[in-house]
Design a protein around this ligand. Structure first.
Ligand code: ADP
Length: 310
């Protein structure tokens, strides 16, 4: 049979397929595209966590959001799309683990409870060596993380993007095609807010629903006198959300426990679920899942084949 006309029915990677030598580059590309679509089909909701600036707590929010969703019974994956500064494995205590290759792709590392994790930091090698890659290489890596990872059936894929609106954010948005929403993390001071507006603008440009803004490092309670200290001011994220007409998803206080738990590799929602900061993370996960449910219901209602009616 003419190979051009023959459908590839192997679920294998082209690299490990015995037939690969007989396929043209165009066919291989088509197989890759199909693998990507197949993998994404099994993931109900894809959420990007973004920030305009680095160091505002984006990865902290991503791991706590993912873990809170998992504690609510959802099957969750975290894709660490921060190729140059991948922190997710450290924040989940997974630095000693590695991604494993199988005939069908890459097996993600599992974090309790029910969270699958993929990050460039989980590839073997020198963790101190900088990744010096240009856009196309990063795009290829992110594509592989989406198409070749055995994500299985997931309710949520949380994508932790690097700060800003550069190559990785564009790659994720283009490869996934139908990202369900973005969560923008900011700190309350003006410079961070300015950049977070760009993250909101980026989402809108790519027609990705902005689920809302989280204001992190928003005030702290002095451990000695109990007085409130507004180190980076307070309320700026909420004002930005109002001005930009997107939901405000909560204010996370500065809490030294967040740093300790990040460094120890345990998300706060697991280690201190009753803390004020953890409660905001739980509220965030509930807001996200509520919004996703609402969206699904809306889609079902708009579907022409609903309820067996006319
Ligand atoms: P980003 O992903 O935006 O670069 P990270 O999530 O890596 O930021 O956070 C940067 C640092 O700030 C980490 O050490 C983290 O533990 C700390 N951090 C984040 N949020 C808080 C908070 N609410 N209170 C105290 N420290 C925090």
């Amino acid at each position: 049979m003419n190979k051009e006309k023959q459908e590839c029915d192997t679920a294998q990677l082209c690299e490990t397929c015995a037939e690969a030598g007989t396929c043209s580059e165009k066919e291989k590309q088509a197989h890759e595209e199909r693998r990507l679509k197949d993998r994404l089909y099994h993931i109900r909701h894809k959420i990007m966590v973004m920030s305009g600036k680095g160091g505002v707590g984006k990865s902290t929010v991503a791991v706590n959001l993912a873990t809170a969703l998992a504690l609510d019974g959802f099957r969750v994956g975290i894709l660490d799309a921060d190729i140059h500064g991948p922190n997710i494995p450290k924040m989940l205590g997974l630095e000693l683990y590695q991604l494993m290759g199988t005939g069908d792709g890459i097996r993600p590392v599992e974090f309790y409870p029910n969270v699958k994790v993929v990050s460039i930091a989980l590839l073997s090698g020198d963790s101190d060596a900088p990744v010096v890659w240009r856009g196309p290489l990063k795009h290829a890596m992110i594509k592989q993380f989406l198409a070749d990872v055995e994500w299985g059936d997931l309710d949520y894929l949380i994508v932790d993007l690097p700060p800003g609106t550069g190559d990785e954010a564009l790659s994720v948005a283009h490869l996934i095609e139908n990202v369900d929403g973005s969560v923008v993390v900011t700190t309350p001071q003006e410079v961070a807010l300015l950049d977070s507006r760009k993250a909101v603008g980026f989402s809108r440009l790519l027609k990705i629903k902005v689920l809302g803004i989280v204001e992190n490092m928003s005030g702290m309670t002095c451990p000695h006198c109990g007085k409130e200290i507004n180190l980076f001011k307070v309320g700026g994220g909420e004002t930005a959300a109002r001005n930009l007409m997107v939901p405000f998803l909560g204010r996370i206080p500065i809490d030294p426990e967040v740093v300790t738990m990040c460094d120890q590799g345990t998300p706060l929602v697991l280690s201190k679920p009753d803390s004020a900061a953890a409660k905001v993370f739980f509220g965030l996960s509930q807001a996200v899942s509520r919004e996703m449910e609402r969206g699904e219901k809306e889609k079902a209602e708009q579907s022409p084949v609903r309820g067996g009616g006319s």
